[in-house]
Design a protein around this ligand. Structure first.
Ligand code: GAL
Length: 644
C-alpha cells in the first residue's frame, strides 16, 4: 500500500514547492494528488491557457520521486464561465440558484457546461497525459457533494423529459406506471411533465424515483465524457473518482463501471458527528470515529470493482472544519486509520491535506503541516505507519470471503423518498447489519446484486425494496445461509405494492406474506425477550412457524431451508443471535469481541483495532505470531498477527 497526500501548489509560493516535495518523500509518501480545483489558474481568461506554473510544479514533484494523481478541475468552473452561461448553475429543490462563490455550482444536465468540461479536460490531458509523473487521473471531485447530484434547473427538466420519453415511449405508459389517475395527475405529453419539486404536498413517489434514476444517469454520463477523453489522451493511467461517506445520491456501481479504481474520502470524526449516531456514540467515539465507519466504506468501495481495486483519496489527519463540532483525533488514530485501510486491501491512503491553508473556507481544516510549515500532530503517526507498512510488504494477501452484504443504491432512494417512519433508510440498515456482523469478528464484503457469491458462507440483504432481475435465481442457487431484512421485495420497479403483497418476488423462495407494516416512534417498542423491536415492524402471514416472535406472539423471523426473512428492526443482541446461528450453520466461527475492538483478516494477517479510549486485552488468535503491537492493545492501538 502506498501513502500520498493532497497538495495545491497554486496556494503556495513557488519557492516552497521543492522543500514540500522533499519533505513528502522523506515522510514515506510516494503519491500526490493535485489540480482538481485549479481552473481559474490554468485558464484565467476564456481560451487563454497558462500552464507554465503547473508544468513546473509537476516537475518538482516528479523530481522528488512522487507519482502524480491529476484531478480534472470541473468541480470549480471559474467566474467568467458562469457569467457566460448563467443557466449552467444548478437550482436546489426550492428552486434557488446554487450560486458562484464556493464550488460544485454546475448542473450535470447543462449541455454548454458539458462542452466546456470536454474542452478543459482535453486540454489538460493533452498537456500532461503522457508525462511520466502522471500515474492516474481523478475525474472532477466528489460528485454530489453539498447535495449537488440533483438539480432542478431548466436544463435538468428538459433532459428529464427526454429521459422519460426514451424510457416509456408513449405517455400512456408513464401515466399507468406512475399511477397518475390518482389526484388527476395524468399528462398528455412528455413536455407536460415537470420536475417533482415545488409541489403543494409530496409528489408521486414514482415520479421521484424516476427523477432519482435520471439524476444518477446524468452523473454517469458526465463522468463518462471525461473518461472517454482521458482514456485516449493518457493511455495506461488509472482513472479514479473520489466518492464520499454515507452518500448515495447516484449509483456508484454505474459510475465505477467506467473507471479503474474506486477511492473515497475518509473523515471518520466528521461523519460520526453529522450522521444518525446516538449522542452516547457521538461522545464515546468523538475522537476515534465509530469503529465501523471507515471499515464500512472500505468494504463498500472495495466492492465497486469486481477486482477489488480501491484507495483512500483523502484521509482526515486532524480536526476538520465542516462538522457541527470538530474535535481532534485521539493520539494514534491517524496511524490506526491508515493500517485499517491496509487491512481492507487499499492500494493507497492519501492524506488531506499537505499543509493547513491560512485563508478561505477551509482555514480551520488541519493538514499534515501547520500553516507555518511545522509538523502537525499527524506527521509522526504517518512516519510510523509508513515504516510499518514497509515492514509488512508482501505479507497481506487476498481478503478472506465470509459474508457478502448485498447493497444497491436504488434501495436507499426508495426509503429516502418514502421513509414511512422517520429516518428509516436502507443505507442505515446496511450499516447496522454490517456493524453487527463485524462485532462478531466476521469479514464482511459489500457487493452489488448480481456479483458472484461464490466462496461466501453467508449472504445478507439488509433492505432491498425493489428486487432486481436475477437476484431470486442467484439466491436460490446459493448454498450458504441467507438473511433478508425488512421492506425487501415491498415495491415493484414502478414504486407500487406488488400484486401478491410483499415480499413480492421473494415469495417464490419463502412462503410468507407481509399483511401490514407499522413504523414506531422512539420509545414505542415491541418486546423481544430481553430486547425489542424499534422503528419498523411487519405483520407476516405464513404457514411456516416463526423462528423468532415478539412476547406478544407476532412472528418476526421466518425461515425456509437456508433462507431467512426478518421483518423488523431489532436490537443488536437479538440480531447477533440470528447471525450467530447462521454462522454456525454455515461453518463460520464467531467471536464475542469487546465493543471497541474490530478485527480484519487479510490473507495470512489478522489485524485488531482498538477504537476505545482504554487499553483492551486482545482477542485470542490461536496459532498466530504477533507481528505488531502487544496483547494488551492500548487506546487507538493496533495489533497484527501472522497466521501459521
Ligand atoms: C472533501 C473534499 C475536499 C475538502 C475536504 C475537507 O469533501 O473533497 O476538497 O473540501 O472535504 O474535509
Amino acid at each position: 500500500m502506498k501513502l500520498g497526500v493532497c497538495y495545491y501548489p497554486e496556494h503556495w509560493p513557488e519557492e516552497m514547492w521543492p522543500a514540500d516535495a522533499r519533505r513528502m518523500a522523506e515522510l514515506g509518501l510516494s503519491r500526490v494528488r493535485i489540480g482538481e480545483f485549479c481552473w481559474s489558474r490554468i485558464e484565467p481568461e476564456p481560451g487563454h491557457y497558462v500552464w507554465d506554473w503547473l508544468d513546473r510544479s509537476v516537475e518538482v514533484l516528479h523530481k522528488a520521486g512522487l507519482g502524480i494523481i491529476m484531478g480534472t478541475p470541473t468541480a470549480t468552473p471559474p467566474k467568467w464561465l458562469v457569467d457566460r452561461m448563467p443557466d449552467m448553475i444548478a437550482l436546489d429543490e426550492q428552486g434557488r440558484p446554487r450560486g458562484f462563490g464556493s464550488r460544485r455550482h454546475y448542473c450535470f444536465s447543462h449541455k454548454g457546461y458539458a462542452a466546456e468540461c470536454d474542452r478543459i479536460v482535453a486540454a489538460m490531458a493533452a498537456r500532461y497525459g503522457n508525462h511520466p509523473a502522471i500515474v492516474a487521473w481523478q475525474t472532477d471531485n466528489e460528485y454530489g457533494c453539498h447535495d449537488t447530484a440533483v438539480s432542478f434547473s431548466n436544463a435538468a427538466c428538459d433532459a428529464f423529459r427526454h429521459w422519460l420519453a426514451a424510457k416509456y415511449k408513449d405517455i400512456a405508459g408513464l401515466n399507468s406506471a406512475w399511477g397518475n389517475v390518482f389526484w388527476s395527475m395524468e399528462y398528455r405529453t412528455f413536455a407536460e411533465v415537470d420536475l417533482p419539486n415545488l409541489t403543494v404536498t409530496e409528489a408521486n413517489p414514482a415520479h421521484w424515483l424516476d427523477f432519482r434514476r435520471f439524476s444518477s444517469d446524468q452523473v454517469v454520463a458526465f463522468n463518462r465524457r471525461q473518461v472517454d477523453i482521458l482514456r485516449t489522451a493518457s493511455p495506461g493511467r488509472d482513472l479514479i473518482h473520489n466518492y464520499m461517506g454515507f452518500f448515495t445520491q447516484f449509483d456508484h456501481h454505474a459510475v465505477a463501471a467506467d473507471l479503474d479504481v474506486a477511492s473515497w474520502d475518509s473523515y471518520p470524526l466528521g461523519f460520526l458527528e453529522q450522521f444518525w449516531f446516538t449522542d452516547a456514540e457521538k461522545l464515546r467515539y468523538a475522537r476515534q470515529g465509530h469503529p465501523d465507519i471507515a471499515a464500512f466504506h472500505h468494504d463498500l468501495y472495495r466492492g465497486l470493482h469486481p477486482n477489488g481495486r480501491w484507495s483512500v483519496m483523502e484521509q482526515q489527519p486532524g480536526p476538520v472544519n465542516w462538522a457541527r463540532y470538530n474535535p481532534a483525533p485521539l493520539s494514534g488514530m491517524v496511524r490506526l486509520w491508515t493500517l485499517e485501510a491496509m487491512a481492507h486491501g487499499a492500494e493507497m491512503v492519501s492524506y488531506f491535506r499537505w499543509r493547513q491553508l491560512p485563508f478561505a473556507q477551509e482555514q480551520m481544516h488541519a493538514g499534515l503541516l501547520r500553516p507555518d510549515s511545522s509538523d502537525d500532530v499527524a506527521t509522526d503517526e504517518v512516519r510510523q505507519a509508513s515504516a510499518e507498512i514497509a515492514a509488512l510488504a508482501g505479507e497481506a494477501g487476498e481478503p478472506i470471503k465470509q459474508v457478502a452484504l448485498v447493497f444497491d443504491y436504488q434501495s436507499d432512494w426508495v426509503t429516502d423518498i418514502q421513509p414511512q417512519g422517520q429516518s428509516f433508510r436502507a443505507l442505515r440498515q446496511a450499516f447496522e447489519y454490517y456493524s453487527a456482523l463485524r462485532q462478531l469478528g466476521l469479514n464482511v464484503d459489500i457487493v452489488p446484486p448480481g456479483r458472484s457469491l461464490d466462496g461466501y458462507a453467508m449472504a445478507v440483504i439488509p433492505c432491498m425494496p425493489i428486487i432486481p432481475d436475477g437476484l431470486v435465481e442467484q439466491l436460490s442457487a446459493f448454498k450458504g445461509q441467507v438473511l433478508i431484512g425488512p421492506r425487501s421485495g415491498s415495491k415493484t420497479a414502478d414504486f407500487a405494492i406488488p400484486a401478491g403483497l410483499p415480499p413480492g418476488p421473494l415469495q417464490g423462495m419463502l412462503p410468507i406474506k407481509v399483511n401490514r407494516v407499522e413504523s414506531l416512534r422512539p420509545g414505542l417498542v415491541a418486546t423481544l425477550g430481553d430486547g425489542s423491536i424499534r422503528q419498523w415492524m411487519e405483520h407476516i402471514e405464513s404457514d411456516l412457524v416463526a423462528e423468532m416472535t415478539t412476547d406478544g406472539g407476532v412472528g418476526v423471523c421466518y425461515r425456509n431451508n437456508n433462507l431467512r426473512y426478518l421483518g423488523a428492526c431489532i436490537d443488536l443482541a437479538n440480531l447477533q443471535a440470528v447471525f450467530s446461528r447462521m454462522a454456525d450453520e454455515a461453518g463460520l466461527s464467531v467471536l464475542a469481541l469487546h465493543q471497541d475492538i474490530r478485527l480484519r483478516r487479510n490473507g495470512n494477517l489478522v489485524f485488531a483495532f482498538n477504537y476505545g479510549r482504554e487499553a483492551v486485552a486482545a482477542p485470542l488468535i490461536s496459532g498466530a505470531e504477533l507481528l505488531v503491537g502487544s496483547l494488551i492493545i492500548p487506546a487507538a492501538g493496533v495489533a497484527i498477527w501472522r497466521m501459521a
